[in-house]
Design a protein around this ligand. Sequence first.
Ligand code: PMP
Length: 321
Amino acid sequence: MDLSAITVYADGRFQKYADAKVGLLTHGLQYGTGCFEGIRGYWVPEERELFLVLLRDHYERLMISAKILTMTIPKSVEELVDVTVELCLRNRFDCHVYVRPFAYKAAEDVGVRLHNVPDAFAVVPVPFAQYIDGNRCLDVCVSSWRRTDDTMAPPRAKITGLYVNSALAKSEAVQNGFDEAILLSHDGHVAEGSAENIFIVRRGVLYTPDPSQNVLEGVTRRVIMELARDELGVAIVERSIDRGELYAADEVFFTGTAVGICPVASIDRRVIGDGTIGSITQRLRTLYDRIVTGREPRYERWLTRTYLSGGVAVPPVASLQ
Ligand code: PMP
């Protein structure tokens, strides 16, 4: 994809991707000292509208990630929402998008640390199709890599360097013929996928690892729990999950901004249910898909409209520069 003509937000102003540069020795690149978010925008051609999903929730998590890394984001959550809407407007996107805000340690010298290093912030939006083919059920494996423990570097923060853990697990899985990996935490309990949270269904009850299981506290995870409870009337239990429970589950699915709700067909070659999408997964996915494309008015509060920006003030261009 040619990114050069895309408008990005960097160094406090809007500029072309090709003009926004970072130096080779930048700390964020050398040491992974940064944090980021991944936000989806769903384009609905009938409405000629781009719906940005759960913007505030993502920026609130970015603030927490930054705080954990003792970094400062130069704008408030509300200002970041406005920057994101304006960025999409300026790009005149008429397709699905993925928005990547990130903060990173910007010094160009040698010596790993967090203190006495200036922070930089940028937002890069890219046209986006689908992370994983939405109609497919995934064949996944339990990774030989363990999820990073909170005592090493906290997984609840979306820290750039932590994604080495995800990359090792994902590539091992794919190169061994699977679609995705499930990482166990250091003590052998189920944590999450390489870039997704995980849910299992057993006898009509939904289980997911609680936040102390070294998971990223996913935005999608939280809203799926809300939908399961409020719309499906399904009980949800957050607790540690054993590997064997994965194999015994009636349904297993991943949640994440990139994948949405993604069913699992098999784990370590054991078929889950009948190997197709289970009924609770299907109902949640249908509802989620309708919500993020603006077809469930009572959940419009989760969305920010780009072009009609329903109720959200689009600031004049000059105020952001
Ligand atoms: N876990 C990890 C490690 C992730 O990278 C992601 C993607 N952000 C998730 C879970 C899912 O989080 P969210 O629903 O906020 O996208």
